[in-house]
Design a protein around this ligand. Sequence first.
Ligand SMILES: CC(C)(COP(=O)(O)OP(=O)(O)OC[C@H]1O[C@@H](n2cnc3c(N)ncnc32)[C@H](O)[C@@H]1OP(=O)(O)O)[C@@H](O)C(=O)NCCC(=O)NCCS
Length: 208
Amino acid sequence: MTADDARRRFDDATAAHLTAPLGDGVTIRSCDAPGWKAVADPLWADDPRPPPPIGSLYPPEAAARLADLAAVQGEPLAHRLVFEHGGEPVGAYFGLQESFGRYFMASTVFRRDFQRRGLYRALLPRIVAACVDAGFVEIYSRHRADNNPILVPKLRQGFTIAGFEVSPRYGLLVHLRRYLIDGVDALFHYRFDGTGAATLRAAGMSLP
Ligand SMILES: CC(C)(COP(=O)(O)OP(=O)(O)OC[C@H]1O[C@@H](n2cnc3c(N)ncnc32)[C@H](O)[C@@H]1OP(=O)(O)O)[C@@H](O)C(=O)NCCC(=O)NCCS
């Protein structure tokens, strides 16, 4: 097993789940980082509550050291998707590999006139399927606590609130998780209210 195997599985999973049209005449295209940014930035410019840019708060030396640290980790596996209708960009999605088999759904945005048409509802299970096939064991995301348009579809599709955070850029954030290994998901839910104990014991886990 090598990094090449992981890359091949990731690319195969992307091709299998994240290339067919999304529906409503909207197609999906993968692109590189500059191409994705060129689409995503104008779409996010429509955000009525843009977060403050914090880059200017970093002294130059701190910023340089931060870039050095990122270079140690190298380029993570990532999905940079652009959604198009009639050749026009109408949405963008970015998600990437983190440590310990975790996948971070970092950013999704649809142009205002393409929101509330079920596009995200259609996209989410395809992201999950691509993550499963690529070998990730959990999916993580964080959202403004009042962002119902993203929280509601995720909670409806099996994501669960795993925590809260006050972030410098966004304020109060809700952390969501979806564990992709059945036993780990059962253990996660067992932590809430003890449900799933029988499943876990049957899988050989000793519980109090
Ligand atoms: C969040 C976002 C990606 C959702 O995409 P979408 O394609 O509009 O969502 P869908 O149409 O698939 O909606 C799925 C469900 O979510 C809920 N929902 C969507 N928009 C909602 C809204 N404005 N208010 C309340 N619930 C909403 C509904 O339950 C909806 O199902 P329904 O239409 O059958 O009632 C989109 O609203 C968006 O681009 N928002 C701006 C950027 C953003 O905040 N991104 C998330 C942070 S990463």
